[in-house]
Design a protein around this ligand. Structure first.
Ligand code: COA
Length: 707
């Protein structure tokens, strides 16, 4: 029985056709055939070219219909204007996957033809990889159907890349760094198959333990989030996203035809999914190499072993930067290391065996660490000294690495002259995690710990937060009747009630008498705000008065608001004045939710005022969110200590924020007509005293989305 799912055939094809196979070695159509042959692909290879003949000893077929065997992949490498006809031939041959190398589609504005090709392919049971790609490599089939430089080493790291040129360059780089690959997929314009489809296969692929994605823009972020959450429960996933800077984002947008999403959102959501975000391709390679072979740690505490004090301190700094915890039980440290090191060394962590240490001292310290079950990972540092026999160092590290390899993670950092640089290069080529710069090494260990924490985190089923969608739609429909895409104050109040949010008490007064009466009923001090569909920016129009202490102040404020609003907009229809309880002061936060162009429904949290405006201290999560994700979003912001309570202040009502975040997440996920919700401020009181949504703004589509 055939149990292969669709996408499996892309990685494990039984037959591959190359449409545009050429005898001319300068052409891409030749290079691809050459790579397939040289890599030793075991299935059938069918070069296609109307001219016929032979290429690299293989018969060239004039067209697909002349091929007798099954063709699971057709690699298409003919000019754009000829591609659609070739796709039709592929459909007639029941090809499963089209790997369209050809450029000249949506990336240069030829969107329609690309769309038509994909629609046709899908209608005929075919999936499309590309167009505008350099191909695919799969170790499962020993298939290199790319026009890269060849020489890919088989291994455990899978690479998915949106950039072609960078991806091709990565092939050479992986070979230079002896990084073995299980797969390499160029996704280019992602017209059909995207990261999520590829991840779906890689999640099941036993050869793959680490996945590295190079992304420029996210198209179907909602699906990607779901897929990443599953994959990171089994494998390490690393991402490099370009377009971080504003200029970078513009460059990426023009060159791949997909807009780079706002970087902060991307960053937060990757964290939510347990994905490791690297700053650079080099950092990603370092991590991938290390994670592919490193055992998972059994605990959090690392030990630094060094022959130099300075480099030990640098490593300590690096540990803080990358979130690596250091073993700190001084008594055990002394008991473990004092017997194996020179008497003048230091057995505090960093363990400083000193510059006078011999190779034997160094080795004994490493082994003492390996034998201690309470110490979980090692950072072994070496500064070149005249006393240490550097010639023996390479062998010593190789032996130690072999001992550690299955048991505990270890990284080495060597600092010194040419001899050491040679050792670094030689050992790295053999897969030993050795670095010249200690920060590079500790960064790898930090990545392992972050991924490990995510792997270890207990599974959390998303809670279904009930939202009365019918009641929400009813409020929106009433506004829609007036052709409004936003809610007025009293409507927002109703919405808050539907969601069960606590808001300050408020009454809409139609005249001065009612305003005075309302203020008396609510209790002083109060706030007054104009209610008018013609005045959106109430403060700008002089439509808000704060902290009114008594009846006289209410009367004055009422008249002042009316005067200023009339002056601001003569014909504005003023429905009334909202009299609102003045919220007690607390920590002002901002919490919102919206439909994001890349990720769909997302939730946002930050501290209000200058924190959000100047410091941009905000965090995001893809909705709907679990309780733990909501907590993580709140604690992600830099000013989180303010919520925990500083200088003797009490902890704030963090659970209240989490509750609101989950409700907004459920609302924006279930009511896709709502484009934006913003509560600003959400005033947060001390623990046990709740939170208050002082101002709720909701924007939505004026026509109902039919789903
Ligand atoms: N079926 C099979 N072969 C066909 C064909 C068809 N329907 N129509 C033409 N061919 C043959 C041509 O005769 C030629 O063979 P030849 O060398 O024996 O003459 C071969 O296919 C290639 O066609 P050619 O017109 O020479 O095109 P090319 O090789 O110069 O360019 C592409 C084709 C696809 C490489 C080019 O159009 C392109 O898109 N280049 C950019 C690729 C790229 O950068 N991709 C993204 C990387 S990240």
């Amino acid at each position: 029985m055939n149990t292969k799912t669709d996408v499996d055939y892309l990685f494990e094809p039984r037959g591959v056709a190359v449409i545009g196979a050429s005898q001319n070695s300068a052409k891409i159509g030749y290079r691809i055939v050459e790579n397939i042959v040289q890599r030793g692909y075991k299935g059938q290879i069918y070069p296609i070219n109307p001219k016929g003949g032979e290429v690299l000893g293989l018969k060239i077929y004039p067209d697909l219909s002349a091929v007798e065997g099954d063709v699971d992949i057709a690699v298409i490498t003919i000019p754009a204007r000829l591609v659609f006809d070739a796709v039709k031939e592929c459909a007639a041959k029941h090809v499963k996957h089209l790997v369209i190398i050809t450029s000249g589609f949506s990336e240069v504005g030829n969107v329609e033809e690309e769309r038509q090709i994909v629609a046709y392919a899908r209608e005929h049971g075919m999936r499309v990889l590309g167009p505008n790609i350099f191909g695919i490599y799969s170790s499962a089939a020993s298939l290199d159907a790319t026009f890269g430089p060849g020489g890919i080493l088989p291994g455990r790291v899978a690479i998915i890349t949106q950039s072609g040129a960078l991806g091709i360059a990565m092939i050479g780089k992986t070979a230079a760094e002896s990084l073995g690959l299980s797969a390499l997929v160029s996704i280019g314009n992602k017209a059909d198959i995207d990261e999520s489809d590829v991840l779906e296969y890689l999640a099941r692929d036993e050869a793959t333990t680490v996945i590295f994605m190079y992304i420029e823009g996210v198209k179907h972020g909602n699906r990607l989030v779901g897929m990443l959450k599953q994959v990171t429960k089994k494998k390490h996933v690393i991402v490099v996203k370009s377009g971080r800077s504003k200029r970078g984002a513009m460059a990426a947008a023009s060159h791949t035809g997909s807009l780079a999403g706002a970087d902060e959102i991307f960053d937060s959501i990757m964290r939510q999914c347990g994905v490791l975000r690297a700053e650079s391709v080099q950092e990603a390679f370092n991590w991938a190499h290390f994670l592919a072979d490193a055992p998972l740690p059994k605990g959090k505490e690392s030990v630094i072993i060094t022959n130099g004090g300075g480099i030990g301190v640098l490593a300590t700094d690096a540990c803080e930067k990358y979130g690596v915890d250091l073993y700190d039980n001084q008594a055990v440290l002394k008991e473990t290391f004092a017997p194996v090191m020179p008497s003048f060394g230091s057995s505090k962590n960093p363990i400083d065996v000193t510059g006078q240490a011999t190779a034997e001292d160094y080795e004994r310290s490493l082994e003492a660490m390996l034998d201690n079950a309470g110490m979980h990972a090692a950072i072994a540092l070496y500064c070149e000294t005249a006393l240490f026999n550097t010639d023996a160092l390479g062998d010593l590290l190789r032996v130690e690495y072999a001992r550690y390899k299955e048991k505990k993670p270890i990284i080495f950092s060597l600092f010194g002259g040419e001899k050491l640089e040679t050792i670094v290069r030689t050992l790295r080529a053999k897969g030993v995690p050795v670095f010249s710069d200690v920060y590079d090494g500790v960064s790898c260990l930090g990545a392992l710990y972050r991924s490990w924490q995510h792997l270890n985190a207990p599974e959390e089923k998303p809670e279904d937060i009930p939202i009365d969608v019918a009641a929400v739609e009813e409020i929106l429909d009433r506004a829609r009747k007036e052709k409004r895409g936003f809610l007025l104050a009293n409507e927002a109040q109703q919405m808050a009630q539907v969601l069960g949010l606590s808001m300050p008490r408020s009454i809409v007064a139609r005249n001065l008498d009612e305003a005075v009466h309302a203020a008396g009923e609510i209790g002083y001090p109060v706030v007054m705000k104009v209610v008018s569909k013609d005045i959106i920016h109430k403060s700008d129009a002089g439509g808000v008065a704060l902290n009114l202490e008594n009846q006289n102040e209410v009367i004055d404020a009422y008249q002042a608001i009316m005067r200023s609003c009339r002056a601001y907009k003569k014909d504005a229809l003023i429905e009334g004045i909202e009299v609102v309880e003045m919220a007690k002061p607390g920590v002002e936060t901002i919490i919102g939710a919206r439909q994001d162009a890349s990720f769909g429904p997302i939730v946002m949290f930050g501290l209000g005022g200058i924190y959000v405006e100047v410091m941009k201290d905000v965090a995001f999560r893809a909705a709907p969110i679990t309780k733990r994700e909501a907590h993580a979003m709140v604690s992600d912001i830099r000013s989180y200590p303010l919520l925990l309570g500083v200088r003797g202040e009490k902890r704030k009502e963090i659970d209240g924020i989490v509750d609101v975040a989950m409700k907004l997440g459920a609302l924006i996920d279930k009511c896709r007509d709502i484009t934006d919700v913003e509560i600003n401020p959400l005033v947060v009181y001390e623990h046990g005293q709740g939170v208050k949504a002082v101002d709720v703004r909701i924007l939505f589509q004026t026509t109902r989305e039919v789903r």
